[in-house]
Design a protein around this ligand. Structure first.
Ligand SMILES: [Zn+2]
Length: 291
């Protein structure tokens, strides 16, 4: 059996795409928990560590992870039942309010679910339901979680960037997306490029333009898509960043000096590059050659 069959077959069908979209909706619901809890888990761990170092009792002793405790309304503590936890539909049925206390539930929950579901469908439609398509789902899920954690906290947790990096190297062991050599160089170059920009910016302005998490995220994207895609990713993230940044300043009247996290733009650029990168790169190369 040829390797291509294992990687990309069975071919993309409408039913596989719909199954992927439904799966994406369900995972999106779990990602809402991940987005909410991972920063809290990191904070608790660091609080406990600080207390322990100074010989005090750790402040957090109750179990708190992605599974425990069960999701509850932050307003009244009402435990979310299975019926109230159906992606998108429950939020619509409850008209965006807690069933018990009528406190508003953020529209971001169904938005994350819908985004994850739609993109999961697009990826399986494009890459098939073999190993390559399933791998792109992992790529998507980790990027969605990172995007919203970065928006909330200006942090990209190592617990998410490193698995994405390792997964990118492993999936390319047999050259699923790019040859392994391109993946390894992509990971190192991705890190170094932003590291260099960071230090240059710091030397010139005395400010920190981005965080170490951004270097790790671009390293991970380099591992998945190869070093040759890095210029396209950086260009795309700058374009997306400029468009979103300017609209936030113009429409949301957001202050110009308020830090805007870079992670979401890198994540969006990574997804666009995975889907359309080869076409965009070819055009860029043509443009550069023609100039
Ligand atoms: Zn409530």
């Amino acid at each position: 059996m040829p390797l291509d069959f294992f990687l990309f077959a069975p071919p993309a069908t409408l039913s596989a795409t719909l199954v992927a979209a439904l799966f994406g909706l369900l995972v999106g619901s779990f990602l809402n928990v991940v987005i909410h809890r991972i920063p809290k888990m990191m904070q608790r761990e660091s609080d406990n560590y600080v207390a322990q170092e100074s010989g005090k009792e750790p402040p957090h002793t109750d179990r708190y992870n992605l599974m425990v405790p069960r999701s509850a309304c932050p307003c009244c503590g009402h435990q979310i039942t299975a019926m109230e936890n159906i992606p998108v539909i429950s939020w619509l049925a409850l008209r965006g309010k807690c069933r018990k206390c009528k406190a508003p539930i953020s529209a971001r929950y169904p938005a994350v679910e819908l985004l994850t579901g739609v993109l999961a469908g697009v990826l399986v439609w494009t890459f098939g339901s073999g190993l390559a398509g399933l791998a792109t789902l992992l790529f998507l899920f980790l990027l969605v979680a990172m995007t919203f954690i970065d928006i909330d906290t200006q942090l990209l947790p190592d617990d998410l960037t490193y698995p994405l990096l390792w997964a990118g190297l492993l999936i390319n062991l047999n050259g699923t997306f790019v040859p392994l050599q391109d993946a390894v160089i992509g990971a190192a170059a991705g890190y170094l490029v932003l590291w260099a920009v960071y230090w240059l910016f710091k030397l010139v302005t005395g400010k920190e333009g981005m965080g170490y998490g951004d270097f790790k995220l671009l390293a991970a994207l380099g591992a998945w898509l190869g070093w040759a895609m890095l210029p396209t990713i950086i260009l795309l993230s700058s374009v997306v960043g400029a468009v979103v940044g300017i609209s936030l300043i113009v429409f949301a009247k957001r202050g110009r000096d308020k830090p805007i996290p870079f992670g979401p733009y890198l994540a969006a650029a990574g997804l666009i590059a995975l889907l359309y990168g080869s076409g965009i790169s070819a055009r860029l190369a043509g443009f550069v050659a023609g100039a």
